[in-house]
Structure formats: structure tokens, C-alpha cells
Design a protein around this ligand. Structure first.
Ligand code: ZN
Ligand code: FE
Length: 255
């Protein structure tokens, strides 16, 4: 594993991730819902904080930035397109740009949909992607700003990564996502097994994030718009994948 990833629960149901790249002792954070739990973890380990990577402008992903920058002098990386509504950025990035976390190189992906300007950070060598409120464990973010087509294109980019990729998403919404997923894809045995694991894990207070892309491909209804059984159930055998995705997303909004 080229870097270590710590999952930090924040606020009521957010996750932030601390990355430690050991060969250069570089520490990065993905999203800053609140400073306190992140500072506590850094202090425990005797780590500084070199970089803060921001996925999108919502308060529950950026509210801790100012305090962390004041405490550690971290450099902040975020979407150039959203610079006007993100905390001050030291490095502005767009789709196709590369970022460095010590010796690790990450690709910036535009994953607009939940917001327009939402980005993800994919580290192919570490096989990890930080998706926040785009692709989530058994779900995807609500479309506050983008259109279904846009989210479908974003999810399709993520779906094309190595299936062994660890998917680090932004919230512990998985149990509610699971209840919905079963209504769309009830015959899916892999989904039923995963839902079982999710219930047991949550009953013990465990995290269901991160997940793996292969699990999401097998069970996440928002990645499975091409699945013949789902399409048949929806009466959408001849629709485009983007149309099927839009219908599944609309059903989740009403669920
Ligand atoms: Zn959000
Ligand atoms: Fe969020």
C-alpha cells in the first residue's frame, strides 16, 4: 500500500480521510468537515498536515479548513471552477490535472452532478479514489446542481477505474442506501449479502466506508443502469443507461 488511509468520522455522518505517504512523510487530508477530530488524530500520531484536498464546496466538507490551515499552514487544493465558493486555494485544479501527495500522484476527475465543480482524486498506484458525494457506498449524491446525464457521465468515469480501487466516499449513508437498493435490485444475491454485512457492521457501530469499486459495480444500483434485470423491472429495456440512471435517482429522491 503506497500510502496509509485513515478514515475519520466527523459531524453526524461525514467522513474525512487522512493520507500518510511514508517514503516522504507527507500527510494529506481529503475534506475537512470539522477540525477537531482531524486535529485529534494528527496529534495522536505526531503528524503535521501538509495538504488539504477539497472535493466540493458544501459546508460539511470545508468548514474545518480555516482552523486547520491556521494550525498547520497546510496548502489547500480544490477545483479551479469553484474557487469563488471554496476556502482560499493554493493550488487550483481541473479534470486531467495531476496532484502530488509525497511520492504518490493523483488524477483530478471532474465528477459534477451533486454539485457542478465537484471533483474526485484518483490515485492509480495506491488504488484509491476519493469520491465524497459523487459515488457513495451503495449510493450516489443527490443532484443539487447537476443534471442526471452529468452525474451518469461522472459515475461512468469512476466505474472505469481498476475494480480493485478503494472507494473513499463522504458519508455514512449506507444503511439507508441499502434499503433503497433492495427495492431496485431485489434479486441481486451480492447485494443481499452486502446488505447483511452492512446491518451487522452498523449494529456494532462500524464504518461501511471505504468500500471497493468491485463491490459497488456488483451492488450499487446507481452504477447498474445497464443491468438487464433492473431495466426489465423498471420497464425501461430500450432506454439509454443515462435515462435508467435518471429514473433510479428520481426514485431514490422520493424514497
Ligand atoms: Zn455535498
Ligand atoms: Fe456531504
Amino acid at each position: 500500500m503506497p500510502f496509509d488511509i485513515l478514515t475519520i468520522p466527523c459531524l453526524s455522518d461525514n467522513y474525512a480521510f487522512i493520507l500518510h505517504e511514508p517514503s516522504t512523510d507527507t500527510v494529506a487530508l481529503v475534506d475537512a468537515p470539522s477540525a477537531a477530530p482531524i486535529r485529534a488524530e494528527l496529534e495522536n500520531r505526531g503528524w503535521k498536515l501538509d495538504l488539504i484536498l477539497l472535493t466540493h464546496h458544501h459546508d460539511d466538507h470545508i468548514d474545518g479548513v480555516a482552523e486547520l490551515v491556521a494550525a498547520y499552514g497546510s496548502k489547500v487544493i480544490g477545483a479551479a471552477a469553484d474557487a469563488h465558493r471554496l476556502p482560499p486555494l493554493d493550488i487550483k485544479v481541473s479534470e486531467g490535472d495531476k496532484i502530488k501527495v509525497g511520492a504518490e500522484t493523483g488524477d483530478v476527475l471532474d465528477v459534477s452532478g451533486h454539485t457542478v465543480g465537484h471533483i474526485a482524486f484518483s490515485f492509480p498506484q495506491a488504488k484509491a479514489v476519493f469520491t465524497a458525494d459523487s459515488l457513495m457506498a451503495l449510493g450516489c449524491g443527490r443532484l443539487f446542481e447537476g443534471k442526471p446525464d452529468q452525474m451518469w457521465a461522472s459515475l461512468s468515469k469512476l466505474a472505469a477505474l481498476d475494480p480493485g480501487t478503494t472507494v473513499c466516499s463522504g458519508h455514512e449513508y449506507t444503511e439507508a442506501n441499502a434499503r433503497f437498493a433492495l427495492t431496485v435490485d431485489p434479486e441481486n444475491a451480492a447485494l443481499r449479502d452486502r446488505v447483511d454485512w452492512i446491518s451487522k457492521t452498523r449494529a456494532k457501530g462500524g464504518f461501511t466506508v471505504p468500500s471497493t469499486l468491485s463491490e459497488e459495480l456488483a451492488t450499487n444500483p446507481f452504477l447498474r443502469a445497464g443491468d438487464p434485470a433492473i431495466r426489465a423491472d423498471l420497464g425501461m429495456a430500450d432506454a439509454s443507461d443515462a435515462e435508467v440512471f435518471a429514473e433510479i435517482r428520481a426514485r431514490k429522491d422520493r424514497f
